[in-house]
Design a protein around this ligand. Structure first.
Ligand SMILES: Cc1ncc(C[n+]2csc(CCOP(=O)(O)OP(=O)(O)O)c2C)c(N)n1
Ligand SMILES: [Mg+2]
Length: 359
């Protein structure tokens, strides 16, 4: 474990307990849990709404994968930029996108993140530095690489991060993004969310060699981390970010996890062996963080109740929200007025406190 830099140690005076992992305060560890609980509660509520016919199209969730988006987003600074995919709700939440806007998004309401314009999980809030996703996989790797290229050209100390699945690594865009990021030593972090399946296709039918091995041939490190451990994902991404900021280029972080639900809400995933699901259920990322946080003396049940109440209130608000005005449908299809630059987002990790504290 690396030592804290003096700057970080100074910023985190409450970090004293010997059993605390380096870089994460008690408050950080609780916040990791809270964000994962929120992600699961929102997706559970959205699945019910889907079954009630209130979510148009289909619904994609990240059940069992909460640690990957939450842990990685938690390691990013306010000015960093994020490109989440369909199982990465936790990234939006860490960044500060409100629960009610997310539930409204799923139901196509005017108050949703895209104002009811785009399909349920295809959203991003540029005002907090989160890009809306391009559905073609894994095109967001190219978007993140392009943003990192801009950061490098401008001499800005910031990184871009994107998530993508195991299935996406078989596409050409994966290789193009990896190659250019390696050649240019770009400040980009690639998070490969290896959840064992691409729709119904298991890993052994996708590739002969684990894609994390490919990083080396493009000239940068690939590291594998337990994707059901939010603190481990955080640490891997924190190190990758520091490497990127130091001008050492990209990192491929493979987070090994399991898709605990079907590809989407319509999929009963009868192709997944029940034994495999049972094995992964025993490694649930939320239960793991709950055990840690409970050992710190935190009332986990109270935290759960607080999160559930937030989601219920947000769902009621979203259900009461109007659908968009049809007359408004074409607004925003083409750019109007001056371009809106991406904004900075919430970065709750205590390690960023010095940058935000007054001098
Ligand atoms: C190029 C492309 N082909 C097909 C799809 C449809 N599609 C969306 S998600 C998905 C599964 C991708 O699997 P993986 O990359 O492992 O991500 P996971 O869904 O497991 O998180 C597919 C086939 C797509 N969006 N883009
Ligand atoms: Mg997959």
């Amino acid at each position: 474990m690396e030592a804290l830099s003096p700057r970080q140690a100074e910023a985190r005076p409450e970090r004293a307990a010997a059993d605390e992992p380096a870089h994460l305060t008690r408050a950080d560890r609780v916040e990791l849990l809270r964000a994962m609980l929120l992600m699961r509660a929102i997706e559970a509520r959205a699945l019910t709404l889907y079954r009630q016919g209130r979510v148009p199209g289909s619904f994609y969730d990240g059940f069992g994968q909460e640690a990957v988006s939450v842990g990685a987003a938690f390691a990013l600074g306010p000015r960093d930029r994020l490109c989440p995919l369909h199982r990465d709700l936790g990234a939006h939440l860490v960044r500060g996108v409100e629960t009610t806007r997310i539930l409204a998004q799923y139901m196509g309401r005017a108050s949703g993140v895209t104002g009811g314009r785009d399909g349920n999980v295809h959203f991003g809030d540029p005002s907090v530095g989160v890009m809306g996703m391009v559905s073609m996989l894994p095109d967001m790797m190219c978007v993140a690489t392009g943003m990192a290229m801009a950061f490098k050209l401008r001499g800005e100390a910031r990184v871009a991060l994107t998530w993508f699945g195991d299935g996406a690594t078989s596409r050409g865009d994966f290789h193009e993004a990896m190659n250019w990021a390696g050649v240019q030593r770009l400040p980009v972090v690639f998070v490969l969310e290896n959840n064992q399946f691409a729709y119904s296709t298991p890993l052994e039918k996708q590739f002969a060699v684990d894609p994390v091995e490919r990083a080396r041939v493009y000239g940068f490190p690939g590291v594998t981390v337990d994707g059901n451990d939010a603190e481990a994902v955080f640490q891997a991404v924190r190190v990758a970010r520091e490497r990127a900021l130091a001008g050492e280029g990209p990192t491929l972080v493979e987070a090994v996890t399991m898709r605990m639900h079907g590809h989407a809400a319509h999929d009963d995933m009868r192709y997944v062996p029940p034994q495999l699901l049972a094995e992964w259920a025993a490694r649930d990322p939320i239960e793991r963080q709950e055990r840690r946080v409970a050992a710190l003396g935190v009332d986990v049940e109270a935290l759960r109740a607080e999160v559930d109440a937030e989601v219920e209130a947000a769902a009621a608000e979203a259900l009461a929200a109007p659908l968009p005005d049809p007359a408004d449908a074409t607004r925003g299809v083409f750019a109007e007025g001056a371009p809106q630059p991406l904004g900075d987002g919430r970065a709750p990790w205590s390690g960023f406190a010095p940058a935000e504290a007054p001098a």
